[in-house]
Write a protein that binds this ligand. Structure first.
Ligand SMILES: Nc1ncnc2c1ncn2[C@@H]1O[C@H](COP(=O)(O)OP(=O)(O)OP(=O)(O)O)[C@@H](O)[C@H]1O
Ligand SMILES: [Mg+2]
Length: 204
C-alpha cells in the first residue's frame, strides 16, 4: 500500500480511504498532488462553463468535491465515514453543514458581517466540520471563492497565492490564522485571505 507523507495540518487517510485511490500506480506524494491538481484544473473549466445554480446546497457542495477529486478518489463527493483529528463526529456532518448553509444565508440577508467576514466565517466552519476524507482545504477555499464571486459579488480571495494551493511558505500562517478562528478570532484570517505574499516580499 502507498504510504504518503503528509504536510502539517493535513488529515492522514485511513487504510479504507487509501483503497479508494483510483490510480494504483501512484506511489509518491508529488505524483498524487499532480493528478489531483489536473483534476482541479478541469473543475475550474467546468465551473466557468456550467449553468449557474444555487451553490449554498449540500448537492452543490458535494458535486464540487466530486468534480475536483473524482478522477483520483472513489470516495470523492461523499462525506467521510471515519473520525479525524479535526472535524465533527462524522454522523453529524450533514446536519452541521445544513446549519452552516442556513447561517450563511441569514448573514447575507441581514448583512450581519461584511462580505469578507461572511466568506471567512464560511471558510473556517467548512474546514472545521471537515466534510470529506481529504481535500477539505482545497475544496473549502474554492467554495469560498465561488461564494464571493457568484453570491457576494466580490473579488475572490488571493489566499496569498495565485491558485487555491497553499504553498509551504504561507501554510504556517494560514494554519495559525485558522487556529485563531477556532477561538472565534477571525482578524488574522481576514488579513491572510486578501494578502499577497509575493508582492509583500518583493525585492527581498
Ligand atoms: N485548526 C484548524 N482549524 C480549522 N481548519 C483546519 C485546522 N487545521 C487544519 N485545517 C484545515 O484542514 C485542511 C487540511 O485538510 P485536508 O487534508 O482534508 O485538505 P487538503 O485540501 O488535502 O489540504 P491542503 O490545504 O493542503 O490543500 C487545511 O488546509 C485547513 O483548511
Ligand atoms: Mg490533504
Amino acid at each position: 500500500m502507498n504510504n504518503f507523507e503528509y504536510p502539517s495540518g493535513a488529515t492522514p487517510l485511513d487504510p479504507n480511504e487509501m483503497e479508494g485511490l483510483k490510480l494504483g500506480h501512484i506511489t509518491a506524494r508529488e505524483e498524487l498532488n499532480r493528478f489531483e491538481q489536473d483534476n482541479i484544473n478541469e473543475t475550474l473549466q467546468w465551473l466557468a462553463n456550467r449553468r449557474k445554480s444555487d451553490i449554498l446546497t449540500e448537492k452543490f457542495v458535494k458535486t464540487l468535491h466530486q468534480k475536483m477529486f473524482g478522477k483520483v478518489w472513489k470516495w470523492a463527493g461523499s462525506f467521510r465515514k471515519s473520525g479525524k483529528n479535526i472535524g465533527v463526529d462524522w454522523p453529524q456532518i450533514s446536519t452541521q453543514l445544513h446549519t452552516l448553509l442556513q447561517d450563511v444565508r441569514y448573514w447575507i440577508e441581514h448583512k450581519t458581517y461584511s462580505e469578507d467576514e461572511i466568506a471567512v466565517r464560511f471558510h473556517h466552519r467548512l474546514v472545521w466540520v471537515h466534510l470529506f476524507a481529504n481535500g477539505n482545504g482545497r475544496h473549502a477555499r474554492l467554495m469560498t471563492n465561488i461564494l464571493l464571486e457568484e453570491v457576494l459579488k466580490q473579488k475572490p480571495f488571493t489566499w496569498n497565492v495565485t491558485n487555491i494551493n497553499i504553498e509551504d511558505k504561507v501554510r504556517d500562517s494560514y494554519l495559525k490564522a485558522l487556529r485563531q478562528a477556532d477561538n472565534h478570532d477571525y482578524s488574522m484570517l481576514l488579513d491572510f485571505v486578501r494578502a499577497d505574499w509575493k508582492k509583500s516580499n518583493k525585492g527581498q
